[in-house]
Design a protein around this ligand. Structure first.
Ligand SMILES: *Cc1c(COP(=O)(O)O)cnc(C)c1O
Length: 369
């Protein structure tokens, strides 16, 4: 089989479809699915992934973190509703220009957006009210509900189409009690809102781990990010999902070095014997953290793990391939078959999310359809 001739991030749409279907099968019929495609679709390709979710899988909603990300999706042909989770006051006029739906999380952003919507002559512009139920990151407090309701009753330019909250530890069974308190607080907020406003907005609270661990908190819609990309923050869910992204590279050059010779900057690696080493065209500017250097991380060469030796350079890493049968031009897998993103991430005490989103835009994306 012909393999890649340079560093590439392969994006597998069959895996994306599988994950979407699996997640949907874990929700009641009629529960809407919101796909989180922030940070370039968790480092994959926001537009291509969102297009597939929109056109082939008929997803209900999208979410991004910032207005700029939403504008980029619109420019790429995404027409489904886009929730912006963390808009900034300075960009609010662009939110309207691109038909993006902001999360309003405090008085400051609420007031600024109400002003902007009125200025642009909007009627019932869709907004999402974010409540803080314990994460203490973004959102109105439960005690702000009267303020929110009284504002919404008078401001005709806005319509709260959804209320939502976010779990602090949905993946952690030891925090079940805390999470249950979050769910109950959210329910109370929603009940008050519906009683006061006399309509029922879309309610949503769970991220991927919340979908799997708290079916009682699915409400009307669930938000999934990492699950779509193939990870469930737990081995039993990882097994049911398929990683969408694989990072691959090739061997640019092979060196044979003698005992006592060094490799790379600062001579960080010194050979303790005859060694065969290979140089790959990707480095810390491509998302391979310097923390992977000095044999902390490994890559897969013809099915075998080869440690990253010496310091990670900006555009290159060197690996020890002593005893591994391979040639210049051969393919190397950084994460994908032979080593999962989660396994590699654990080597530097991080999570799949960070490794996936670190793959820089310089790396070519290849789409497997
Ligand atoms: C990023 C994010 C999500 C997605 O979380 P996953 O764990 O990737 O499923 C959902 N909701 C909010 C508010 C987020 O910021």
């Amino acid at each position: 089989m012909l393999h890649n001739q340079e560093s590439v991030l392969e994006i597998n749409f069959k895996a994306l479809a599988h994950n979407y279907t699996f997640i949907k099968s874990n929700t009641k019929a009629g529960t809407k699915i919101l796909a989180v495609v922030k940070a370039f679709g968790y480092g994959s390709d926001a537009v291509e992934v969102a297009k597939y979710l929109q056109d082939e899988l008929d997803v209900d909603y999208f979410a991004v973190a910032y207005i700029r990300e939403g504008a980029y999706l619109r420019a790429g042909g995404i027409t489904k509703p886009i929730l912006v989770l963390h808009p900034q006051v300075v960009n609010l006029k662009h939110a309207i220009a691109y038909n993006l739906e902001p999360s309003l999380y405090n008085d400051r952003i609420f007031t600024a957006f109400a002003k902007e919507a009125a200025k642009q002559g909007k009627k019932e512009y869709p907004v999402h009210i974010k409540f803080n139920t314990g994460l203490n990151r973004l959102g109105f407090f439960e005690s702000d509900i009267d303020f929110v309701v009284s504002k919404l009753k008078t401001l005709k330019q806005l319509k709260a189409v959804s209320l939502f909250s976010h779990m602090a530890a949905s993946e952690d069974p030891n925090e079940k009690e805390f999470t249950t308190t979050q769910i109950n607080t959210f329910k109370k907020i929603c009940t008050t809102f519906e009683k006061e406003m006399k309509y029922k907005p879309t309610l949503h609270m769970t991220n991927t781990s919340g979908i799997f661990n708290y079916p009682e908190a699915h409400f009307d819609m669930v938000r999934t990010g990492i699950g779509l990309y193939g990870f469930g923050n737990e081995t039993k869910f990882d097994k049911q999902l398929q990683p969408v992204a694989s990072l691959k590279s090739v061997i640019s050059q092979i060196h044979r070095i003698e005992k006592g010779e060094s490799v790379g900057y600062n001579r960080a690696y010194i050979a303790d014997d005859y060694k065969t080493i290979a140089t790959l065209p990707l480095g810390h500017a491509d998302g391979i953290s310097r923390q992977f250097g000095n044999s902390v991380g490994s890559v897969v060469v013809n099915g075998k793990l080869a440690p990253i030796i010496g310091n990670v350079c900006m555009d290159m890493i060197m690996i020890d391939i002593t005893g591994i049968r391979c040639n210049e031009g051969d393919e190397v897998i950084i994460f994908g078959e032979g080593q999962t993103t989660e396994e590699l991430a654990s080597k530097i005490n991080t999570i799949s999310y960070e490794l996936l989103t670190a793959v820089s835009q310089r790396v070519k994306r290849v789409f497997l359809r």
